[in-house]
Design a protein around this ligand. Structure first.
Ligand code: AHR
Length: 500
């Protein structure tokens, strides 16, 4: 029996948009063991002089993060940033109401900026729109970005940071549409507060870019009205509109779960339409782009409340092959929606809802860690507008969907490209023919694959390398055509070069 066949047509002139480098971002929240025992663990023999775990830093560098969002999350809406600056011995311990834990404040804004510099990522700070005021938001921008000679900039200098941090990206609150949020507001109240906060923040530093809170998910009863209303109020003072989206295989329906990108892409499409609508309604020349600043697979039911302890184990998900294949498809959506999606942050980068877990003696990397690492290192230049003809697979949730989920990039400066493919079929291999239509000489230089028979297979401390991306033989290209058979349940990456 022969495999079903697919055709993928590529043309390096047929592009969607430049791929924003900020798509390969992460999120750090004062939740569970993300900060403490994750990135910061001063008592660990694996930590540097600043208390940062060296093995974690290296893993994060390998993943090539470009931007890190901090300090929350739900935590943000009860956080007083002043608790986390100044001499560590004088910082207060507080109740973290969002996660029912104890927050020691030994890691705060300045330590976070130092951490970002260590991994070459831009810091993206959140200002508290729950218990916080527009004044405290403005003060934090002054503390971080004003050179010297004012109360807040001099306070920063007195804390050992004479040079300004120059933080460019600022989230104006977190998930303010959610009733679970400390200080939750309705869309009009939030839109007005965000507008006034963003105005003051930009008066402090006109170079900053602000992110408005969009819907916490496409299942929110207020979606998409929340987005339209908040945007209509704050449009001219914000540069990005956030979307949060977590998914999971709650019904143990793997075929549908593996087609989840269809649902997520619809969410992006709706918000893209909302952005266009509001821009037109406001007769504006200003553009606002999407920031998917919390995303991950999250459903396995690990505790979310810390019983008033420090660094409790919360939401430490174990990820398997099917989870990794869903992540790979979302990364494909980054490229397919590169004209509107400009920032994305995986939630979170270590321990909490994360593909990277720490133990006192080492690190465990889960399968999706490797998927992100390949894409974040290879997707450069512009996203290609592909034509994909693929057989269909049936799903209960989304009907028939193409067996292949594909994206591709091409960087005209280096003439390097990459193709990212998921075969979401549970049982059938698909033989894919690649057809480059622009008449250039193409070579496939390297290829990698993550695959397995069991969608529930995962890595463990005992078997840490069961599922990693493996190099595979590179298919030959002749006359601009190449063929590769993609196993079921697989993620494949082809690194290409194009000669003029
Ligand atoms: O990332 C965990 C939590 O998920 C965040 O605190 C919140 O913003 C979201 O609901």
């Amino acid at each position: 029996m022969t495999n079903p066949k697919a055709q993928i047509f590529l043309d390096t002139n047929r592009t969607i948009a430049p791929i924003s480098s900020l798509l390969f971002g992460g999120f750090v929240e004062h939740m569970g063991r993300c900060v403490y025992e994750g990135i910061y663990d001063p008592k660990s023999p694996l930590a540097d002089a600043n208390g940062l775990r060296l093995d974690v830093l290296q893993a994060l560098r390998d993943q090539a993060y470009t931007v890190i969002r901090y300090p929350g999350g739900n935590f943000l809406s009860g956080y007083n940033w002043l608790d986390g600056v100044g001499p560590k011995g004088e910082r207060p311990s507080r109740r973290n109401l969002a996660w029912q834990s104890i927050e020691t404040n030994q890691f705060g804004t300045n330590e976070f900026v130092d951490f970002c510099r260590e991994i070459n990522a831009a810091p993206m700070l959140g200002v508290n729109m729950g218990t916080g005021t527009i004044q405290s938001a403005s003060d934090l921008v002054e503390y971080c970005n004003v050179d010297s000679g004012t109360y807040w900039s001099d306070l920063r200098a007195s804390h050992g940071y004479r040079q300004p941090h120059n933080v460019r990206y600022w989230c104006v609150g977190n998930e303010m549409d959610g009733p679970w949020q400390i200080g939750h507001l309705d869309a009009v109240a939030y839109g007005n507060k965000a507008l006034e906060a963003a105005k003051m923040m930009k008066w402090q530093d006109p170079t900053i870019k602000t992110v408005l809170c969009g819907s916490s998910g496409d299942k929110m009863p207020t979606y998409p009205d929340w987005d339209r209303i908040a945007l209509e109020i704050a449009w001219e003072h914000v540069d990005y509109h956030s979307m949060h989206y977590y998914a999971g295989n709650r019904d143990n329906d793997t075929a549908s779960f593996l087609a989840n990108a269809v649902e997520f892409e619809n969410f992006v499409n709706t918000l893209e339409g909302t952005l266009r609508y509001v821009k037109a309604r406001r007769r504006s020349n200003h553009d606002v782009f999407l920031s998917w600043d919390e995303w991950q697979v999250w459903y396995k039911g690990d505790p979310l409340q810390g019983n008033w302890t420090e660094a409790p184990h919360l939401a430490e998900e174990i990820y398997n092959l099917e989870d990794a294949l869903v992540v790979a498809q979302w990364l494909n959506v980054f490229l397919r929606k590169s004209h509107v999606l400009k920032i994305a942050c995986v939630a979170q980068i270590v321990n909490v809802i994360s593909w990277l877990h720490t133990r006192p003696d080492g690190l465990l990397k889960q399968p999706s860690f490797y998927v992100f690492q390949l894409v974040s290192n290879l997707a450069r230049g512009e996203a290609l507008d592909l034509l994909v003809k693929a057989p269909l697979v049936a799903t209960r949730a989304y009907g028939d969907v193409p067996a292949l989920d594909v994206s591709a990039s091409f960087d005209a400066a280096t003439r390097q490209g990459a193709i990212f493919l998921v075969n979401r079929s549970l049982k059938e291999a698909v033989t894919a023919e690649f057809i480059w239509q622009d008449g250039k000489t193409v070579a496939i230089n390297q290829a990698w694959q993550l695959t397995g028979d069991d969608p529930k297979a995962s890595n463990s401390w005992e078997a840490p390398n069961r599922l990693v991306t493996q190099p595979i033989p590179t298919p030959k290209v002749s006359d601009g055509r190449s063929t590769l058979t993609l196993p079921p349940l697989s993620f494949t990456v082809l690194q290409t070069s194009v000669q003029i």
